[in-house]
Write a protein that binds this ligand. Structure first.
Ligand code: BGC
Length: 904
C-alpha cells in the first residue's frame, strides 16, 4: 500500500460525519512527515469557498477550529488540508455535512393506530424478592407497527437526505431498500430531554415519480422493558414517528417532504418485539409489497397526526449501532431439549437462521443464555423480571427462508433452538451488535491467558457499548455511571470512544436533578425516579459517590486521552452543580455513627465539610463482604454499609481536584484556585477525621487504601506506610484482590507506586478467585460481574457474565505490561516503559493516538531484550529501559539491550 502522507481526516473526531453541528467544528488529520505549516480550505456544495485558513506556521494537526463564514444547516462541505513539510506539500480532502436546523422542524409526529403497550411496573422490592413471574409473552406484548407513505419526486434530483426519529426503535426503507445499515435507531437517550434524529443519504434510492417510504417501529427502549426491574413503558406507551426528506434538484431548487396525514399504518409480521423478552415474527405475514409504490389494502388505516414537537430533538452524534461481526457456530449438539448451539463467545446480538423445507406455520423457538451449568445443561444466568431473551419464528413454509430479529438483542453465547429438527451449523450465525466504534488499540503477549483476558475486556466493551455504555447487555442494559467511570481508561485504549461517551454525557447532564445531583444511571426515566422514592435501602439511591462523580472523571479521562478541552467545557457547569450538592449534603448530614454524639466545634466544623452521609453503593461488590451465608441481596448491602462513609469523601476530594484542573484548562483561574483550596480543606478535614497516626484507615479493606493512594488523598509522608498496609491486606488474602467496583482500577498502581511491584505482579498472575485469571481459567470469554460467577466446579451463579467494570485492568496491561503510557493530554507526550519483570517473554501493544499509531513490541530472549517502537509525527515519546532512556524519533526504532550486562 502506498504511504499516505496526510490521512485519517476527521471533523469533530468523526470521519465524514453527516449530522454535524455547524457551530465551530474542529478539523484533525494525521501526517507521515514533519509538518511545518498547514492550510485548510472548506468549500460548500457549490464549490464556493467558505473558509481559507491561509498558510499557518504550525505543526498542529488536531482540533483546528473552523473560522470561516457561518456554516449552513443541512449542507454538504468539502474540506482540504494542505500540509507543508520543507518544500513538499501534501494534500488530502474529505467531506462533512451539517445537521438540519431542528428548531425549524416542520414535520408532524405521526402515530400508527395501536393499543398502548402493556404497562408493567416492577419495583425494586419485586427484584429483591426474586423477580415477579412473567405471564405468557404473546398476551401482553403488542405488534410492531408498519407505516408507509408515498412520495412523488420530480426529475433531476441531485441531493436527498432523510432525517428521521421515533418514539420506539425503527428501521426505514425506500422502495424496499433499507436506508442504512444502522440498527435500533434512534438509539437510547434520555428521551424526555433528548431524542436523536438520524440523517441518511438516500439519493441513490429515490427515483423520479412515485416512491414509498416505509417504516417499521417497535417498542425498544422507549416503551419496552428495560432496567433492573424490567419495567415497560418507562418513557411512553405509544409508538410514533417524525421525518423529513430534504431534496435538492439540479436546477438549484429544494423541497422538503414530511411525515403527514397521507401515511398509513398497519401491523405486519412482527407479533411483538421487546429488547428483553425477545421477538416473535410470523413469516406467513411477511409481504414486502407494502414497502413498494402502488400498494393498497383496506386494513391499513391513516395515521393520527400529533402535531409538530421538536423540543427534544437533537442531531445524532457519534457512531450508530450496527452489525459489527458475525460468528459461526463453534459446536452443535442435537439434544432432547433442543438443538444446542455454542458460538464460543459471549456477545450482545442475535441469531440469524437459515431454514430449509420447514412446514408453513411451523413454530421455531430460539432461547439465549450466556452459560451452561457445570453438567453442560441449559442454565439461565439471568432469569425472571421479563428477561426471557426468547425469539419465536413462525415459518412461511418456503424452500429456503432466512431470519434475524430486527428490534431486539440478547446477551448470549449459547442458543437453544426448538421446533426445527435437524440444523446444519452452517445455517446459524451469531450477529454481533455494537455501536460501531473505530478499533483504536491492540494488545498481545507471549501468554495466552493474558491475551484472553484482554480479549474478554474487548468483548465486554463491544457488548456494552451499544448505543450507551451499559452495565450488562442482558439483565439491565442500563447506563450505570459508576461502571463506565471505572472502565473509561481501558475503553479509550481499545476503541475511539470520544464521541460515544460525550453523547452519553449529554444524557447524564440532561438527567442532572435541579438540586445538582447526578444520577447513578442515565438515561433515567420517570419510573426510575418514582421507584427511588418508593424503595427501601439501595433502591432509594439517586446519586452516589463514585457513580455521580462520573460527570467529572469521564470528561477528564477523555481530555487526557484525546486532548480535546471541549468535553471539559461541556461538562464543567454540571460538575460545579454536583460539587455544590455534595457541599450542601456535607453541611446537612452527619454519618450514622456520629448523629447522636455531641461533637466539639472543631470536629463539627470538619464533619460539615465532608460528604460522608447518605446512602451510597460504597466499594460495591467487595469480595470479602460477599463471603457469608446471607442471601445475595443482603450480602450486597455490606460493602455500602462498611465503606460509604470513607469512599464518598474520597470521591468528593477527587472531584474537587478534577474541577480545579478543568477550570485551569478552561482558563477560569479564579475557580481553579477556589476548587484547589476547597479540595485542600476537605482533604485536611478527611485526614484529621479518618487517617490514623500510622497511616491507617478505619476500614481495613484493600479498596480503602487503593482509593486513598490512587485518588491522591494522602499526604506524601503517609503514602509508603499506607502502601504497606495495603500490601499486608493483599498478602493476608493470599495475594488475591479484595477490591470492589470503585477501587479495583487503582489496586495494582497503588501497590506498584508504593514499592510493591512484585506483589502487583502476583495479583495480576493470581489464579485463585478473586482474580482476573481465575475467570480466564474457568472459561470466561467476557468479564464477569462477580469474580466467582462460576465456582471451581464449573457451576455458574445467577449473575451477569458480561460486565466490563472489573475489566479496568486492561488499562494496566497497556500501560505497564506493554508499557504505553500517556504523559500529556491527547498523547502529545508518551512514555514507553514496559515491565520487563512481569513474567513474560514478549508483549506488544498499539494505540491509535490523535497523531496516529503509537506501538511497542518487546521481546526477551536469553537476557537479550529487543524493543521495536513506532511513533507518529507530532507525538513526543521517550523509551525507558533499565539503565537507559531515549527520546524516540518519529517512525520505527529498534533498541537492543543485554539485560545480564545491565544487571551487573
Ligand atoms: C448493576 C451495576 C451497577 C450497580 C449499582 C447493578 O445492578 O449491574 O453494575 O453499577 O447495580 O450498584
Amino acid at each position: 500500500m502506498a504511504k499516505r502522507s496526510c490521512h485519517t481526516l476527521r471533523v469533530e473526531h468523526l470521519e465524514r460525519p453527516l449530522m454535524l453541528d455547524p457551530i465551530s467544528p474542529r478539523f484533525s488529520w494525521m501526517v507521515e512527515h514533519p509538518q511545518d505549516s498547514y492550510r485548510l480550505t472548506v468549500r460548500d456544495g457549490n464549490g464556493t469557498l467558505a473558509w481559507d485558513s491561509g498558510i499557518v506556521d504550525s505543526g498542529q494537526t488536531t482540533l483546528i477550529e473552523y473560522r470561516g463564514v457561518p456554516l449552513e444547516h443541512d449542507a454538504d462541505y468539502l474540506w482540504t488540508v494542505h500540509s507543508f513539510s520543507g518544500t513538499a506539500e501534501h494534500t488530502a480532502e474529505s467531506h462533512f455535512a451539517t445537521a438540519p436546523d431542528l428548531s425549524a422542524w416542520e414535520a408532524e409526529w405521526i402515530e400508527p393506530a395501536q393499543e398502548p403497550t402493556h404497562r408493567e411496573q416492577h419495583s425494586f422490592m419485586d427484584w429483591i424478592m426474586g423477580g415477579a413471574e412473567t405471564s405468557p409473552a404473546d398476551q401482553r406484548l403488542r405488534p410492531a407497527q408498519l407505516v408507509r407513505q408515498e412520495l412523488h419526486i420530480r426529475p433531476s434530483l441531485a441531493r436527498a437526505r432523510l432525517f428521521a426519529t421515533a418514539h420506539g426503535v425503527y428501521t426505514a426503507w425506500i422502495n424496499g431498500q433499507p436506508v442504512s445499515d444502522e440498527v435500533l435507531a434512534p438509539g437510547f437517550d434520555s428521551y424526555r430531554h433528548r431524542l436523536s434524529v438520524q440523517g441518511y443519504d438516500v439519493l441513490g434510492m429515490l427515483r423520479s415519480g412515485t416512491n414509498t417510504l416505509g417504516f417499521a417501529v417497535a417498542d425498544g427502549w422507549w416503551a419496552g422493558r428495560i432496567g433492573l426491574t424490567g419495567t415497560s413503558a418507562q418513557f411512553g406507551d405509544r409508538l410514533a414517528l417524525t421525518w423529513q426528506l430534504h431534496l435538492g434538484f439540479a436546477d438549484g431548487s429544494t423541497q422538503v417532504i414530511t411525515s403527514d396525514s397521507s401515511a398509513f399504518s398497519s401491523t405486519g409480521p412482527w407479533n411483538y418485539s421487546d429488547l428483553f423478552i425477545g421477538e416473535s415474527y410470523d413469516a406467513r405475514r411477511a409481504d414486502e409489497s407494502w414497502m413498494l409504490p402502488g400498494f393498497e389494502r383496506p386494513e391499513w388505516t391513516p395515521v393520527r397526526l400529533l402535531g409538530v414537537d421538536a423540543s427534544a430533538l437533537v442531531p445524532f452524534r457519534g457512531e450508530p449501532v450496527r452489525r459489527v461481526a458475525q460468528l459461526p457456530v463453534a459446536s452443535i449438539d442435537h439434544r432432547a431439549d433442543g438443538v444446542l448451539l455454542d458460538f464460543g463467545q459471549v456477545i450482545a446480538g442475535r441469531l440469524r437462521l437459515k431454514l430449509r423445507g420447514q412446514q408453513r406455520g411451523q413454530r421455531i423457538t430460539i432461547e439465549h443464555t450466556e452459560t451452561l451449568d457445570a453438567q453442560g445443561e441449559w442454565f439461565q444466568n439471568i432469569a425472571g423480571m421479563n428477561k426471557e431473551q426468547t425469539d419465536h419464528y413462525i415459518c412461511a413454509g418456503e424452500a429456503e427462508e432466512e431470519w434475524e430479529p430486527e428490534f431486539t438483542f440478547h446477551g448470549f453465547r449459547y442458543v437453544r433452538v426448538n421446533g426445527i429438527g435437524q440444523l446444519d451449523p452452517q445455517d446459524a450465525t451469531a450477529v454481533v451488535l455494537s455501536s460501531d466504534l473505530e478499533q483504536a488499540g491492540g494488545f498481545r503477549t507471549s501468554d495466552e491467558r493474558l491475551n484472553r483476558l484482554h480479549q474478554n475486556v474487548v468483548w465486554s466493551q463491544r457488548a456494552n457499548f451499544l448505543s450507551i455504555p451499559t452495565d450488562c447487555p442482558q439483565r439491565e442494559r442500563a447506563g450505570w455511571s459508576g461502571d463506565i467511570q471505572v472502565f473509561a481508561g481501558a475503553a479509550a485504549n481499545n476503541a475511539g470512544v470520544y464521541t460515544f461517551l460525550s453523547r452519553w454525557l449529554e444524557n447524564l447532564r440532561a438527567d442532572q436533578l435541579p438540586d445538582g445531583r447526578i444520577p447513578i444511571l442515565s438515561p433515567r426515566s420517570e419510573h426510575d425516579a418514582q421507584s427511588a422514592l418508593e424503595s427501601p435501602g439501595l433502591g432509594a439511591i439517586v446519586a452516589a459517590a463514585g457513580w455521580s462523580d462520573a460527570v467529572a472523571i469521564l470528561p477528564w479521562k477523555l481530555y487526557e486521552r484525546y486532548g480535546d478541552p471541549r468535553v471539559l467545557e461541556e461538562n464543567y457547569s454540571a460538575v460545579r452543580r454536583w460539587i455544590e450538592y455534595q457541599a450542601a449534603e456535607a453541611e446537612r448530614g452527619l454519618p450514622r455513627g456520629l448523629e447522636d454524639l455531641k461533637l466539639g466545634p472543631e470536629r463539627l466544623a470538619r464533619q460539615r465539610l465532608i460528604y460522608n452521609s447518605g446512602p451510597h453503593f460504597g466499594d460495591w461488590l467487595t469480595p470479602s463482604t460477599l463471603e457469608g451465608d446471607e442471601p445475595l441481596h443482603e450480602a450486597m448491602d455490606l460493602a455500602p454499609k462498611l465503606t460509604s462513609e470513607i469512599v464518598a469523601p474520597m470521591f468528593q476530594i477527587h472531584t474537587l481536584d478534577l474541577a480545579a484542573r478543568m477550570a485551569e484548562v478552561l482558563g477560569h483561574s479564579a475557580h481553579a484556585a477556589q476548587y484547589s483550596q476547597r479540595a485542600g480543606e476537605v482533604r485536611s478535614a478527611f485526614l484529621a477525621e479518618y487517617l490514623g497516626e500510622d497511616a491507617t484507615l478505619p476500614v481495613a479493606l484493600q479498596g480503602m487504601y487503593a482509593l486513598a493512594l490512587g485518588l491522591d488523598i494522602l499526604p506524601e509522608s503517609k503514602r509508603l506506610r499506607a502502601g504497606e498496609h495495603l500490601a499486608a491486606l493483599v498478602r493476608a488474602r493470599g495475594q488475591r484482590l479484595d477490591t470492589g467496583f470503585l477501587s479495583t482500577p487503582f489496586l495494582l498502581d497503588a501497590l506498584w507506586d508504593t514499592g510493591h511491584q512484585d506483589l502487583a505482579r502476583e495479583v495480576l498472575w493470581q489464579q485463585q478467585a478473586p482474580s482476573w485469571l481465575y475467570a480466564v481459567d474457568h472459561g470466561a470469554t467476557t468479564i464477569w460481574e462477580a469474580w466467582d460467577a462460576v465456582d471451581p466446579s464449573g457451576q455458574p451463579r445467577q449473575v451477569s457474565m458480561n460486565h466490563y467494570a472489573f475489566g479496568c485492568v486492561d488499562d494496566w496491561l497497556y500501560r505497564k505490561v506493554a508499557g504505553l503510557t500517556p504523559m500529556a493530554p491527547g498523547w502529545r507526550e508518551a512514555r514507553i516503559e514496559p515491565d520487563l519483570s512481569c513474567g513474560l517473554d514478549h508483549a506488544e501493544a498499539w494505540i491509535q493516538s490523535p497523531f496516529g499509531r503509537l506501538a511497542v513490541n518487546w521481546k526477551l530472549e536469553h537476557g537479550h531484550l529487543s524493543v521495536t517502537t513506532v511513533v507518529p509525527f507530532g507525538l513526543n515519546a521517550v523509551l525507558k529501559l533499565p539503565g537507559q532512556q531515549a527520546t524516540l524519533a518519529p517512525g520505527t526504532s529498534v533498541h537492543h539491550l543485554d539485560l545480564f550486562a545491565t544487571a551487573q
